[in-house]
Structures are given as C-alpha cells and as structure tokens.
Design a protein around this ligand. Sequence first.
Ligand SMILES: Cc1cc2nc3c(=O)[nH]c(=O)nc-3n(C[C@H](O)[C@H](O)[C@H](O)COP(=O)(O)OP(=O)(O)OC[C@H]3O[C@@H](n4cnc5c(N)ncnc54)[C@H](O)[C@@H]3O)c2cc1C
Length: 395
Amino acid sequence: MKYLIIGNGVAGVEAALAIRKNDPTANITIVTSSAYHFYYRPKLIEYLAGETTIEKFTLYKEEFYFKHRIEVIRNITITSLDPINHRISASDGQIFSYDKLLLATGATPFIPPIQGVTLPGIFTLRGISDANNLMQYCDKIKHLIIIGGGLLGLETAIAMKRFAKNIIVIENLEWLLPRQLDKKGSTILQAMLEKKGIQFEISEQVEEIYGNRKVEKIILKSGKILPADAVIISAGIRPRIELAKSAGIVTAKGIIVDDFMKTSNEDIFAAGDSAEHNGIVYGIYPAAREQGRIAGLNMSGEKTAYKKTIISNILKITGIDLYSAGEWNTDNATIYSCCDSNMYIKYLEKENPIGAIVVGDSHAIKVAQKVMEGKSSSHELLQLIKENQRINQSI
Ligand SMILES: Cc1cc2nc3c(=O)[nH]c(=O)nc-3n(C[C@H](O)[C@H](O)[C@H](O)COP(=O)(O)OP(=O)(O)OC[C@H]3O[C@@H](n4cnc5c(N)ncnc54)[C@H](O)[C@@H]3O)c2cc1C
C-alpha cells in the first residue's frame, strides 16, 4: 500500500507513525515545502526571544525517519491533485502516485486587506524562515507594531522586546484575547503586560500602513498616527485548502472531514490546521496531533473516530500565568470566581466542567487544567476559589 502525506507538521508526522504501527510493510512518503525537518512550531516564540536554537526544537531528525522507514522529501511544493488518477504534481514537475493521501497542509497567517500591507518591513510568523527574516530585519529598530492582540500577538510582542524599544499591540476588539478571556481577566492581563513594557491600542483599527520604500507609520481609523520601523501581522490563520478545493473536494473554512478524518473523496484524508471537523478549524497543536493520529489509523484500515478536542490555551510568557479552557461565555452554568488586581479565577460547571479561566496563579492553573481534562473533580478548585474570596474579603 502506498501512503502519501503532504505536510511534515505534527499532523503529517503523527499520521505517518500511526500508519507504520498498523502496516509494517507500508510505503510511506511525506512531501513538504519546508526546508526543515519536523520541529515543534510553538517553540518559535522562544527562538525569537533568543532562548532556544533550531537544533533544540527540531524534534525528529534524519535518524527518526530512517528508523521508521518514512521517506521525507523536503523543499517541494505540491501544486495540483488529480483524485481520479490518484496523483499529485509538484512545482518542479515531479509526479507522485498514491493509494491513500493525507492533506496535512496546515495553515497560513491571515493578512487583512489593509492599504500598504505589502510594504517591506511587514511580517507574519508561521515558520523558522519567517522568524529568521523578522530577526534579521529588526536588528536595529526602535518602533515595532503588532497588529492583533491574540495569544500569538502577545507572545510575539514579549519575545521581540530584545529588538525594539517601543512595542505597541493594536487590537480591534474591545479587549485582549476575546476568545480566551472575559473582560475582567483581560484587564488584569493587560496590566501585567504593560508592566513588562508593552503598550496597547485597544478597540482601534488600522486604516493604512504608510511608507515610501518601506514601512514608516501606521494610521489608525481614529486618526492616531504611530511610528513603525516594522510591523508584525498576527490576525489569525487561514487553512491551506487550495489543493483540495481545486480537486473538487468539499471545503468550507477548512477541508471538510468526517469523524474518520476522511474528506469527500474515499481515498483522501485531511488533518490538523487544514481540516474542518464539525464546523471547527481548531488551529491548535493538540488537535492537529490527535487528528493526524486518527487519520493515519483510518488510512491504514483501523476504523477509529475522532472525538472533539477541548480547546485550552496557555500563554507562553515568563512571569505571566494564564490558562483558559472550554466555554466561559454562557449563562447556562453555575459560575464560581474570585479576583484581586493580580489574580483571577473563574470556573463554570453544570454537572460537568464547562469552562475555566485562570490569570496570575500558576498553582490554580494546574488544578484547573486537571479538572477541565477530566483528571480530577472540581473540589480542590472550588476550595481555592473560596479561600481567595475569604482572603480578599478580609483585606
Ligand atoms: C509561533 C506559533 C506558536 C504557536 N503556539 C502554539 C501553542 O502554544 N499551543 C498550541 O496548541 N498551538 C500553537 N500554535 C499552533 C500549532 O503550531 C499548529 O496548530 C500546529 O503546528 C498545526 O500543525 P499541522 O501539522 O496541522 O500544520 P503545520 O505544522 O503548519 O504543517 C503543515 C505542513 O504542510 C506543508 N505544506 C503546506 N502546503 C504544502 C504544499 N502545497 N506542498 C508541500 N508542502 C506543503 C508545510 O510546509 C508544513 O510542513 C502555534 C503556531 C505558531 C506559528
């Protein structure tokens, strides 16, 4: 059996491993446009901050693929898919055939259609080469603007502190991390980030990025003008669906898959940031890993259903503890919470845990995580909340 995987990210690699386990004689090939072997993408933040090296966060090197008899072809971009003849073609003219194909093509950063967005000095962050280009450009800059106050935007802002003296994050919604935090949690977080030297323009939209030959300033819709030597756009992702779409496979936000990670074509599967399952494009590492594993099992004949991943987020900023999981914006639950100016815990349950937010308390994060992952009851978390309420009342 000939298995072909497009994409050497976590979804692609996990699928290859599951196939190998199930089918010792399988012929497994991964093709990827990346020049690098499989690395842990979330570590790009530490790489930007100068706290790790590519060598350290490359998880699987040559020996790994050799040991598992997985052929990896790097630096090759697949440009078309012919599902009738079971073939894919690459930009250099190479053609590959398959019995089963996995589209683990990930996602690309979304670039909003802002005037001036193609000027030199404007960056996004997805892979090692983006980080290298960014670091090279930002070597001697003063003013850095980050468009987007999501997790990635905030982590990038802190990581870039060693390059730029003035860093401003622009967020067009009412508060930071609106998908992860309520307003109270976000206010505490913003104060913590401001203490670390990051400035914010909240509820502001970019009208134009201006510059003669490279970026020079940002003009906001409110009329404010911000100097900018470089800009990082961190405005979410778009799944890479173009190959699937042009081959007639059903797509929406992502490539639509069923519970077995199968697309609308019997022999083509999708997993990770490129896939949409039950209307959700997860865009997070644990979901990509699990979907890749499930896709690999099903491709190699072991029928296994994917169950949804509970979305949980941890902010990777030293000294700022933040955890958010599940739903926190519902009236249909009992809410327990406590807060002071540096800490906030909110927990929602209705028979079962529904959601949790923790800011500024690393111990409470561990407790909440266990509750949300179903590894312990909510007893200890509720005790913690009660204890904090008691302390705050007595102050
Ligand atoms: C800086 C950063 C920090 C992050 N931090 C976190 C975090 O803390 N927690 C978390 O849960 N998630 C985090 N994420 C998201 C997480 O990394 C992704 O959800 C996960 O890596 C997706 O894996 P994937 O295998 O689906 O896609 P990817 O890792 O993007 O892999 C896609 C692969 O497909 C290849 N490819 C695409 N199209 C083609 C083509 N046409 N031809 C050939 N090859 C192709 C690409 O080269 C790549 O190798 C972060 C992401 C970034 C960028």
